[in-house]
Design a protein around this ligand. Sequence first.
Ligand code: UD1
Ligand code: CA
Length: 452
Amino acid sequence: MSRSRFAAIILAAGEGTRLNSARPKVLHEIAGQPMIRHVIDALRPLDPAATIVVIGRDLDSVTHAVAPAPSVVQSPPRGTGDAVRVARPALTDRLAQGDIADILVLFGDTPLLRAETIAELLATRRRAPQAAVAIAGMRPADPSPYGRLVLGDDGAPLRIVEAKDADAEERAIGLCNGGIMALDSRHAFDLMDRIGNNNAKREFYLTDIVAIARALGLLCRVAELPAEELLGVNTRAELAEAEALMQDRLRRRAMEAGATLIAPETVFLAADTRLGRDVVIEPNVVFGPGVTVADNVVIRSFSHLEGAEIAPGATVGPFARLRPGAVLEADVHVGNFVEIKATRLGAGVKASHLSYLGDSDIGAGTNIGAGTITCNYDGFNKFRTIIGERAFIGSNTALVAPVTVGDDAYVATGSVVTSDVPADALAIARARQVDKPGRARELRERLKGNKG
Ligand code: UD1
Ligand code: CA
């Protein structure tokens, strides 16, 4: 069998101390999804033969976030070299099949890495004559936290020295270790076994394998890759920096796909936001995860959307909130201060002002008046409101679920609807108005008299 595939090991067992967080580092989110998901997503187009994630003890939340990729536990975290070793048993069977050329080591804390860049690292290792180790070089604006690459006269790496262990001369080197590596699968674990922990942190450094491979006469190579993509997130400041870079990338992608972002720097997208052609996004709009917007939709300023599906021609906002399960069919209009949750609005529905529509299904052509509220929760359970097509719900109506309003029904303004309204019926569910002639003056006189 030809050796044409690779297996990926993603390291995510570090304690992430510098984030000062109760949450595992790799679960901190960039563009609405855990950092480590971005790494797994970058691998997908390259079709790895296997992907193993190395996690810390008691991190079921990470196991869950990376599934279906299997995870193995490294406990305690004794360094990046040790972490790679821990993944070995999970790959033994796969390696025995003989088609795996490379072990690719990635970090769970580099969320900006793109598939093309990973492919370049793999290609660098495989270029004839094949190298045992290909490392990612980068030239970040601030090299201070990174390991430095010490190169020989021939341009090949001699060793990597960690920032903490570097002397003044080594600290002056601008070429840094991006962290990720491609290794010849025939040598990878043998090299790992030779790593010691004689360094400032008493850890088994993956980075030592460059010097180890050289000493064994094996070839090492550097692929110089974009520093931006290799940004390692260790602190909250770096988390914000990665978010900004990712937002920039997502905004650019949305605009290339034909969406107008009037002030792109004020629009926040999730990694999975899908925007159609000729969509217009006004300034200051936030997309949480799971939003799909079809062609010719306008999202007006200060709207917040999450888990929503919007069909062509709809307009949303300003100041609208779409929560998970909001489905807006063609030409729907959702206006200011309207909140929609787990509700389908059929084609052409209008909910223009000040409403809460939750756990509902609203038929095509229905008009929802200002101030309509679906009372879907009694403090214990949630109930559904079903409204038919072409209905008219008058302003300030409370729909006490479970309740159904039929097609073409008309609900009078100010109604509290507690029982089903048949199709075509007019429902008036409010106290009848009583006028008492002259009583306003009498009342005023009395109140004046009472005033101390
Ligand atoms: C590492 C590199 C450094 C490089 C930088 C690039 C080493 C020794 N150093 O430093 O040369 O410039 O990345 O971003 O590799 N992890 C484990 N188990 C452990 C320790 C770490 O799984 O025992 C994981 C972490 O969760 C993280 C990754 O490995 O995802 C990198 O570890 P981290 O401590 O962030 O290494 P850096 O100090 O950033
Ligand atoms: Ca790091």
